[in-house]
Design a protein around this ligand. Structure first.
Ligand code: SF4
Length: 226
């Protein structure tokens, strides 16, 4: 189980989360007006592959690999036309390359067999693709303008806990709390705002509360005045 940030929350210090969620989103939207997905892609297939490769590595690393990968692999059939070892070599730098190759090949086979080689828009169909877990399906749906849930990665988990938006540890349960709290029209941008805030200000070890627009009245974990 990853580290919990729930002990940092001081109960009763701020208004109920239902009253705070809108101003939290509004202030973060001003602070991080440029917040968006950090992966580089130009089609639904490239989006899906990028997100699948991003497990256990950084977006910067994935972009470095996909810059060359997408010149060579343009359609699902291209991923199946090369020997397994060649695809493994081409994605090696993203880590866990054997498992990722297996997932990519399985996904491409299914895209060809059941979806005419296209990435399905249906959330459940996405979830049935080999190696595509809920987080991946959520990212793909959100980027295509049809968010079906809220992406919960390590930053979203940490920020949601520190901001007192959830008391849960498990990502699926955290997502359940967030979708009840955040307006559906904000489901796609909300995780980006938390991710960018987490990267720039609310660091896991040393949150820079003195620079945070939420510190004085919206965050129960603020270290200002402690
Ligand atoms: S006030 Fe501090 S702990 Fe709270 S969100 Fe801002 S940086 Fe993070």
């Amino acid at each position: 189980m990853p580290r919990s940030y729930l002990p940092e929350v001081r109960r009763g210090k701020v208004a109920p989360k239902k009253e705070r969620i809108r101003p939290i989103i509004e202030r973060l939207a001003v602070e991080h007006a440029d917040a968006k997905i950090a992966l580089t892609f130009s089609s639904p297939l490239e989006l899906l592959v990028s997100v699948m490769l991003s497990a256990q590595t950084t977006d910067v690393n994935v972009n470095r690999v996909t810059e060359k990968l997408f010149l060579k692999y343009k359609r699902p059939a291209d991923y199946l036309a090369v020997p397994v070892a060649e695809l493994e070599r081409d994605i090696f730098a993203t880590g866990f390359y054997r498992q990722k190759t297996k997932s990519l090949r399985g996904t491409m086979q299914r895209l060809l067999a059941e979806h005419d080689g296209e990435v399905p828009e249906d959330f459940d169909a996405l979830l049935k693709l080999p190696g595509v877990a809920r987080k991946t399906a959520n990212v793909v749906s959100a980027e295509r303008g049809a968010a079906q849930g809220i992406v919960v990665d390590t930053h979203v988990r940490r920020l949601s806990q520190r901001l007192g938006l959830t008391k849960q540890e498990d990502p699926v349960k955290i997502e359940g709390d967030l979708v009840r709290l955040v307006r559906r029209e904000d489901w796609a941008r909300f995780p980006h705002l938390l991710i960018w805030h987490g990267r720039r200000i609310c660091d896991a070890r040393k949150p820079r509360c003195e620079e945070c627009p939420l510190a004085l009245d919206l965050c129960p974990s603020s270290r200002i005045g402690v």
